[in-house]
Design a binder for this molecule. Structure first.
Ligand code: KIV
Length: 286
């Protein structure tokens, strides 16, 4: 299937076909995501927690992202890939943001980049990246890179004024040139208000059912990441349990010598070669 473009996403919005969006961080997962027909992949900086074992996304570097975007691209050559801009790879200046976005596209082979923050803070970054010819997705609501200011991983926009502010920030992101916005962890009514006022695809993760599409973090939805599971996750499988069981069984099989079985798991050698081999060992006194 041909890779989807921004025109396809607008068409899907117009035809009320929900957009599916899923994270991936490596070649094998990306292959499965593409095979499942998912519309868009996010190589998120959640990579830091899910793959690299950090407590937050803050330590993730642009080099980490580029390396993983490349792997995802190899696994999903025909899927639209959004790469996350890492903490402090765009906050300093418009020039820094353009340079980082350029590396994500040129070296990481992403189709678009995503950055966190409302339109008030991020309008000039979005404008600058856009003017360099790169598609940029906004990200508002819960923004993990500003976790300190938001008081932890907490839902946002739960009072009327905060909700209105998020809707306004979404509008500013669109006006600045974002091609799409990801809205994270807000009440469903806030997701609805943003979506109804938008002229671009609005994707949600924990933003209710009214957004134009849904994102989930792959490791949450297959039950692989078991440190904590956000309220908005639907778990479709318990891969952690399946893999842990396999690891334990392998450990046990080797310990009790039921693996490997030579007739099943090893390479064959003709009888005469075996005889010659044993003879040579003896002759050469090895
Ligand atoms: O990094 C990521 O996967 C994200 C999601 C948490 C929205 O940005």
């Amino acid at each position: 299937m041909a890779k989807k473009s921004i025109h396809d996403f607008h068409k899907m919005v117009a035809e009320k076909e929900p957009i599916t969006y899923l994270t991936a961080y490596d070649y094998l997962t990306a292959k499965m995501v593409e095979k499942a027909g998912i519309d868009m992949i996010l190589v998120g900086d959640s990579l830091g927690m899910v793959v690299l074992g950090y407590e937050t996304t803050i330590p993730v570097t642009l080099e980490d992202m580029i390396r993983h975007c490349q792997a995802v691209r190899r696994g999903a050559p025909n899927t639209f890939i959004v790469g996350d801009m890492t903490y402090m790879s765009y906050q300093v200046s418009d020039e820094q943001a353009v340079e980082s976005a350029g590396r994500m596209v040129k070296e990481g082979l992403c189709d678009a980049v995503k950055l966190e923050g409302g339109g008030t803070r991020m309008a000039s970054r979005i404008k600058a990246i856009n003017e360099s010819g790169i598609l940029v997705m906004g990200h508002i609501g819960l923004t993990p890179q500003s976790m300190g200011q938001q008081g932890g991983y907490k839902a946002q926009g739960r009072n009327s004024q905060a909700a209105v502010n998020i809707v306004k920030e979404a509008k500013r992101l669109e006006e600045a040139g974002a091609f799409s916005i990801l809205v994270e962890a807000v009440p469903s009514m806030v997701g609805k208000a943003i979506t109804e006022r938008a002229g671009i695809p609005i994707l949600g993760i924990g933003a209710g059912s009214y957004t134009h599409g849904q994102l989930l973090i792959f490791a949450d939805m297959v039950g692989l990441y078991d440190n904590f599971t956000p309220k908005f996750v639907k778990q479709y499988a318990n891969v952690n349990e399946v893999i842990s069981k396999a690891f334990k069984q392998y450990h046990q099989d080797v310990k009790d010598k039921s693996f490997p079985i030579d007739s099943e798991h090893t390479y064959k050698m003709k009888d005469e070669e075996v005889q010659d081999f044993l003879g040579l060992l003896e002759k050469e006194d090895i």
